[in-house]
Write a protein that binds this ligand. Structure first.
Ligand SMILES: [Zn+2]
Length: 379
C-alpha cells in the first residue's frame, strides 16, 4: 500500500488532470490567451515555496515553468536549448515570448534564502542575470527581435512579493508599491522597461498586478504558513505542471550545468526533506515520495523515450539517495515512476523493474561473443 504522500500526489494528479481537461478550464485558458497573447516561460528554483501561479493568481496551465536547484540553468545544455527552440518556434510579434529568469530570497532570515546557492542571494541574482544574458545572446538576436524578451525577476518569499530588474539594475518591487494606483505602476514599469512591445508589457503587468492583488488579499497568517520548507516529496524530471499546491514538493529538472550536477541537485533536495522531518515541520508518518517523470509531447517525442527518461532518473535518484542521504531511507521512502502527458497532465505510472526486463536480452552474452571478446583481450 502506498504511503500517504504518494496517495496524495496520485489523487491530486487525477483531480488536476480532470480539471485541466474540463470545458470551464479550457475556456478560461482560451480567454486568457486572447487577452494576454504573450507566452511566459519561467525559470525558477526547485523550492516548493516558490509558487508564482499562486502569487499572481494567473490561471493554471498558462505559465510554463522550468524548475531546478537554485534556478541554475545553462543554455549550453543541449537538451534545454532544444526544448526552448521547440517551445518558441510558434512565437511571433503578435504572440511574443517573455522569458523570466528568477532568483528567490527571504527578507527576514538568511537561513530561509536559496539552498541551491548556500543562502547567498547575491550569487542567486548573478546566476539569474547570467541566464537572462544567455537567452539574449542565443535567442534574441535579430531574427527574434520583438518576438522574445528576457528579464530577471526576484521572489521574496516572506511577503511572497515579486521584484522586477531591468538590465541597468533598476528595480520595481511590488511590495513597496502597494499604495500606488495601476496607472502609476504602469508608468513606473514603462520607465524600467521602455523597449518592450505592448504585448510583452501586458504580460509583465499581469505578473505585477496579479501579485499586487494577491498580497493585498492575503492574510499575514496565510503567508507566514509557507515561510519555512515543508516538502515531503521530490519530483525529478519534466511533467509536474499539475502540482498546484505550494510547499508540497521540490522539483528538479533533468538539465545540466557546470555549477551543480543532477546528482548534487537530488542530494541537496533529499537533505532538505530530511531536515523538514527532523525539525518536526512535517509528519514523518506520511512517508517520503520520490516521483520520477518523463513528459510526453505528442508532436515531438514518444512514450518509450519518455519511459526511458523516467527510468534513468529513477536509477540516478536511487543511487544518489542511497549513497549521499541514506538516512532518508528510514522514513517510508517510495519511488513512483511514470510519464505525464502534456495534453492531459495525467501521470501514468509504470513499474521500473518490469521496464528493466525489456532489456534482459542484452544481458546475455552468447558463446560466439565470448570467443570474440577473449580474442580482443588477447590482443
Ligand atoms: Zn532556491
Amino acid at each position: 500500500m502506498a504511503n500517504k504522500t504518494t496517495e496524495f500526489l496520485i489523487s491530486h494528479n487525477i483531480e488536476e488532470s480532470i480539471k485541466h481537461r474540463s470545458p470551464e478550464r479550457k475556456h478560461a485558458r482560451m480567454l486568457y490567451k486572447e487577452l494576454h497573447p504573450a507566452r511566459i516561460l519561467l525559470f525558477k528554483c526547485m523550492d516548493g515555496r516558490v509558487h508564482i501561479a499562486k502569487f499572481t493568481n494567473i490561471p493554471t496551465g498558462i505559465l510554463r515553468p522550468y524548475r531546478t536547484l537554485g534556478g541554475i540553468f545553462d543554455l549550453g545544455d543541449s537538451y534545454l536549448s532544444d526544448l526552448i527552440e521547440k517551445t518558441i518556434k510558434h512565437c511571433s510579434s503578435k504572440k511574443p515570448c517573455l522569458i523570466v529568469s528568477t532568483y528567490h530570497f527571504s527578507k527576514g532570515s538568511e537561513k530561509r534564502c536559496c539552498a541551491g546557492h548556500d543562502n547567498n542571494t547575491g550569487q542567486a541574482l548573478v546566476w539569474a542575470k547570467r541566464l537572462r544574458d544567455q537567452f539574449k545572446s542565443v535567442f534574441l538576436e535579430k531574427r527574434n527581435e520583438g518576438i522574445l524578451y528576457s528579464i530577471v525577476m526576484g521572489i521574496e518569499t516572506d511577503n511572497q512579493s515579486l521584484i522586477f530588474h531591468n538590465k541597468n539594475g533598476e528595480i520595481f518591487n511590488v511590495f513597496e508599491n502597494l499604495n500606488s494606483s495601476r496607472e502609476e505602476i504602469i508608468l513606473k514599469m514603462l520607465k524600467i522597461f521602455p523597449d518592450v512591445s505592448d504585448e510583452v508589457m501586458n504580460a509583465l503587468m499581469e505578473l505585477v498586478m496579479g501579485n499586487y492583488n494577491y498580497i493585498k488579499n492575503s492574510t499575514s497568517e496565510e503567508v507566514a504558513l509557507d515561510r519555512e520548507h515543508k516538502e515531503l516529496s521530490l519530483c525529478i524530471g519534466l511533467g509536474f505542471d499539475w502540482l498546484h499546491i505550494p510547499n508540497k514538493a521540490l522539483i528538479v529538472s533533468p538539465f545540466r550545468s557546470h555549477l551543480k550536477t543532477l546528482d548534487d541537485c537530488i542530494a541537496i533536495a533529499a537533505s532538505i526533506i530530511l531536515k523538514n522531518i527532523k525539525s518536526g515541520r512535517v509528519d514523518e508518518k506520511d512517508g517520503v515520495t520520490i516521483m520520477c517523470a518523463g513528459l510526453l509531447f505528442k508532436e515531438h517525442t514518444n512514450d518509450e523515450a519518455q519511459k526511458m527518461r523516467a527510468h534513468f532518473l529513477y536509477k540516478t535518484a536511487k543511487k544518489v539517495i542511497e549513497k549521499r542521504v541514506p538516512e532518508l531511507l528510514n522514513y517510508n521512502l517510495e519511488y513512483v515512476v511514470g510519464v505525464t502527458s502534456h495534453d492531459t497532465r495525467l501521470f501514468t505510472e509504470f513499474d521500473p523493474t518490469e521496464f528493466e526486463k525489456t532489456f534482459e536480452q542484452g544481458t546475455i552474452v552468447y558463446p560466439e561473443e565470448l570467443t570474440f571478446i577473449s580474442k580482443i583481450s588477447e590482443n
